[in-house]
Write a protein that binds this ligand. Structure first.
Ligand SMILES: Cc1ncc(COP(=O)(O)O)c(C=O)c1O
Length: 423
């Protein structure tokens, strides 16, 4: 008998974040269209989390697909050292138009982890290039910045990174600003007053993988002001928050203070192609300039840096993102989430209901501590998959992070199923 896609995958593929011995069988997908995914048995699922927080405009978006195909026929790839091309230059120009106005340069890489990795390397080399000895890094507990070694080093230590502890560089971890803002600020103050700190790495306004933990723009501003006062480079990891996820183009634009370095990925290409971007100020960029080609140069790059098809995808995603229809939907999702939040208030089965831009999150009450390891996760996962909704929770934290093309009716359908789950 012909084997299913799922069975063939189980026999040949090693899936990420999955205990292959006991993990669930992967669902074999045949197709994606708008907010829907269709499996090999014909069942459809609403993708309520934009795949891995990536596909801003839904799946197989025709406009993006056309632009990618067009690009593939004209220039599919080229070495990006010594060569450049229209999609990369246009994308850089367009990003700079929309980034906080102190950002001056765009550096391309492949994914969110490499965007952070590049941000860290830029910061470390910046201090070396200007001959200042600064190596200390501050990061937040509950933070997640990716799975390469630098990105793991600045991520909160957990079971995920435990096998690699001996290989991670030392980082000063301070309290999560979402869990205790005052303590977080006090700890940062103590560190920056006592030491020469090179950089702080943070997810602005919401710590995503840590459990959609949200904190205020006032807290963010206070942290940045403190760091700037002590000449600590501020590296904003906007891999998840960028491109209107939190309601504004970038989460970093809500306050007075601006980051020195920004890391982007996920929604950058509309979630269609793998791509990372790290941006920086003119001051940082200028510190890498020299008369000699080996001197102060930033020696970092990837084979697929600034891949033209990925850049074309990002340009197409920006076209869609800036259209009135998309902007209206972003506001519409936020408004619907807020009224759903009000409806859930007082429900005894959930707590910490929170909304930020197009993200809605809540914790399902449980006897076990809130967090990724909470086994309620599997129960929630299966319940919603069975109802035709992809809503992969973070432990007992259930959240929505939908594609912006989701309709009010589709949101209502998800809300009803959430209510059904908690009653
Ligand atoms: C804030 C943040 N930074 C970095 C990453 C890593 O991105 P990638 O999975 O593309 O390597 C993630 C992924 O979830 C993230 O949420």
């Amino acid at each position: 008998m012909k084997k299913s896609l799922s069975e063939r995958s189980q026999a040949s593929v090693w899936h990420p974040f999955t205990q292959m011995q006991v993990g669930p069988k992967p669902i074999g997908l045949k197709k994606g269209e708008g907010v829907y995914l269709f499996d090999e048995d014909g069942k459809k699922y609403i993708d309520a989390i934009s795949s891995w927080w990536t596909c801003l405009h839904g799946h197989s978006q025709p406009y993006i697909a056309d632009k990618i195909a067009e690009q593939a026929r004209s220039l599919e790839h080229v070495i990006f050292a010594g060569f450049t091309h229209e999609p990369a230059v246009s994308l850089a120009e367009r990003l700079l138009e929309n980034l906080p106005d102190n950002q001056a340069r765009i550096f391309y890489s492949d994914n969110g982890s490499t965007a952070v990795e590049v941000g860290l390397k830029m910061a470390f080399q910046y201090w070396q290039n200007i001959q200042q000895e600064k190596t200390k890094v501050i990061a937040f507990k509950e933070g997640y910045h990716g799975d390469t070694f630098g990105a793991m080093s600045v991520g909160s230590r957990s079971a995920f990174t435990e096998p690699f502890f001996p290989f991670l560089f030392d980082v000063e971890f301070v309290e999560s600003p979402a869990k205790n803002a005052d303590q977080c600020i006090t700890q940062i103050r103590q560190l920056v007053e006592a030491h020469d700190v090179a950089a702080i790495v943070y997810e602005p306004l919401v710590q995503g993988a840590g459990g959609m933990l949200m904190y205020s723009k006032e807290t963010l501003d206070e942290i940045l002001a403190l760091c700037k006062e002590h000449e600590v480079l501020c590296i904003a990891d906007e891999v998840m928050t960028g491109f209107y996820r939190t309601g504004t183009f970038f989460a970093s634009e809500v306050g007075e203070e601006q980051p020195d370095i920004m890391c982007l990925s996920k929604g950058l290409t509309g979630g269609v192609m793998a791509m990372g971007v790290t941006t920086c100020t003119a001051k940082i960029y200028d510190a890498f300039l020299s008369d000699h080609f080996m001197n102060k140069t930033f020696f970092h790059g990837h084979s697929f840096t600034a891949n033209p098809i990925a850049c074309a995808s990002a340009n197409a995603s920006l076209d869609l993102l800036l259209q009135v229809e998309c902007q209206d939907r972003i506001k519409g999702i936020q408004a619907k989430n807020e009224s759903f939040m009000a409806r859930l208030k007082g429900n005894i089965k959930v707590e910490n209901i929170r909304v930020l831009g197009t993200i809605l999150a809540l914790d399902v009450k449980s006897d076990v501590v809130t967090g990724y390891g909470n086994a309620v996760r599997d129960e929630i996962n299966y319940f919603f998959l069975e109802k035709g909704i992809l809503l992969r929770p973070l432990g007992n934290t259930l959240y929505l992070l939908p594609p912006y093309c989701i309709s009010d009716e589709e949101l209502d359908f998800i809300y009803e199923k959430i209510v059904e789950y908690i009653t």
